[in-house]
Design a protein around this ligand. Structure first.
Ligand SMILES: *[C@@H]1O[C@H](CO)[C@@H](O)[C@H](O)[C@H]1NC(C)=O
Ligand SMILES: *[C@@H]1O[C@H](CO)[C@@H](O)[C@H](O)[C@H]1NC(C)=O
Length: 475
């Protein structure tokens, strides 16, 4: 009897040693993760377990960087239903569902997958993705469930931000309430599919920052999103999915994009030398990035005081408010459009395209077709290429007021705003001293000289011919 007990003891001790010495990244149906225990991804980058954020005493199941201190959490399971003690357990059910239970077996959170499972296993991948799959499934990408489909405040390399158009799954970031509370705060950052799709950062329902539509190269409102040596990015839009994704050029770099509790979209890199997160970029850069700060038909210019001005041919709706630097009422047309008499367009360059929520688009038209389509529809107020690559393609049409336009010093876009013919004439005479006008004058005078010369030559030729004919007749 004693010998048996010893053998059992040795066996369980060896099992225990094995369990801590080989980095375990998988949980099967018969295994639990108790508060205090963790699993680690195969390469040692991410760790999953229970934690308390900031000064909070509550316990949450989450994923964090194993090598980064202070602990930086990238995903939280039970963010809306914390444990108040350390009795939490993570289990995998026979049905392939992850559940977090408390000391009295109350279910605080579950992964709610509807697909049927066989010998399910949960695994923490090196990417930071916690996935559930069938034990006998040969396809490493065939997940019953994955945490990357349910982002919290952090977008890791390889995560999709956007929609699955078939299932309706919407992957968007939502801020923590505070550094001590991972429950959903006020801010979200995700794709909006009304009109031409755009990326919006919202405070509740209100848009706080509009990254805008994808123009083939970047989001129209994020000119700083350019090719770089640290990460690559891609935008995919087809009938199944629409999303933004980024990947690291060098996989040893640690980078995360986070939506902060105060509503800023920030990208950080970890530097071992400094032992801290370095701010790499922020989506919102200045006051002009506050949504619609200049009201409708206004344009924001950050290097100008005041920042707001009305677009050409528009004037402040309430001049007295405008003079007090209250711009939200925006601008109205000085001269109403007259579709019958024939309107024209003014070109704007180096700007962020207006809100496209009520726009219409066609990705195979060219700019010329786009212009004439807009002109032929009396309620069309502006047009632009939807894709700026290779000299531009596709057609975007706006109807009604133009909202949230700003000036960029680099990587801005072009668009064309409808104007009454009278305003266009006024604008061109205003510009009469500009070089462009001079050029036009020169071109015109050159062509007049040309015509005069040509007629002279022709007249001479005709006269000569006539003379010859007369001579012949005279013979
Ligand atoms: C466990 O969770 C259940 C359901 O959420 C709850 O009713 C119960 O009070 C919790 N028990 C403890 C000890 O926290
Ligand atoms: C699970 O998901 C379905 C829809 O996919 C939803 O109707 C249901 O309420 C969810 N259940 C839980 C417990 O979250």
């Amino acid at each position: 009897m004693d010998a048996l007990a010893t053998v059992v003891f040795i066996f369980s001790y060896v099992f225990f040693l094995l369990r801590i010495s080989t980095a375990v990244d998988t949980i099967t149906v018969n295994q639990y993760i108790r508060d205090g225990e963790t699993i680690t991804s195969a390469g040692g980058t991410f760790e999953l377990g229970f934690f308390s954020p900031g000064d909070s005493k509550n316990r949450y199941l989450g994923i964090w960087y194993k090598k980064v201190a202070p602990r930086t959490v990238v995903w939280v399971a039970n963010r809306e239903s914390p444990l108040t003690d350390s009795s939490g357990v993570l289990k995998v059910t026979q049905q392939g569902i992850l559940v977090v239970i408390n000391g009295t077996n109350g279910i605080l959170w579950n992964s709610n997958s509807s697909r049927s499972a066989q010998d399910p296993k949960a695994q923490l991948l090196e990417s930071g993705n916690l996935v559930m799959r069938n034990g006998n499934d040969g396809d490493p990408e065939n997940f019953l469930w994955q945490s990357f489909d349910y982002p919290c405040d952090t977008l890791l390399p390889g995560m999709k931000r956007g929609r699955n158009r078939v299932t309706g799954l919407d992957r968007y970031l939502s801020s923590w309430k505070s550094a001590d509370d991972p429950s959903k705060g006020n801010f979200t950052y995700g794709m909006d599919l009304s009109g031409f799709p755009q990326l919006f950062l919202r405070n509740g329902l209100a848009v706080k920052f509009r990254a805008g539509p994808w123009n083939g190269v970047r989001f129209s409102g994020i000119p700083q999103l350019t090719n770089n040596s640290v990460y690559t990015f891609d935008y995919v839009s087809n009938e199944k999915e629409i999303y933004f994704i980024y990947s690291l050029v060098n996989s040893s770099v640690i980078m995360r994009a986070v939506l902060t509790p105060d509503g800023y979209s920030r990208r950080f890199t970890w530097t071992d030398q400094k032992n801290e997160w370095t701010l790499y970029s922020t989506s919102q850069r200045d006051d002009c990035d506050n949504y619609a700060i200049c009201g409708v038909n206004g344009i924001c210019k950050i290097n100008q005081s005041p920042n707001c001005e009305c677009m050409k041919g528009f004037r402040p709706k309430f001049q007295s408010n405008w003079d007090m630097a209250y711009w939200s009422d925006g601008c109205v047309r000085s001269t109403p459009l007259d579709c019958q008499k024939g309107d024209g367009f003014v070109k704007y360059s180096g700007v962020k395209l207006p809100d496209t929520r009520s726009s219409w688009f066609n990705e195979s038209m060219n700019l010329k077709e786009c212009a004439s389509l807009c002109l032929s529809n009396c309620s069309c107020t502006a047009y632009a290429n939807s894709d700026i690559r290779g000299g531009g393609s596709g057609c975007l049409l706006w109807f009604g007021d133009l909202i949230d336009i700003r000036d960029f010093t680099q990587n801005g876009q072009e668009f064309y705003v409808r104007m009454a013919a009278a305003d266009l004439d006024a604008l061109s005479s205003l510009n009469s001293s500009s070089k462009k006008k001079k050029k036009q004058v020169i071109v015109i005078s050159i062509s007049i000289t040309g015509i005069v010369l040509l007629s002279l030559v022709l007249t001479l030729y005709v006269l000569k011919k006539r003379k010859r004919q007369l001579k012949r007749r005279g013979k």
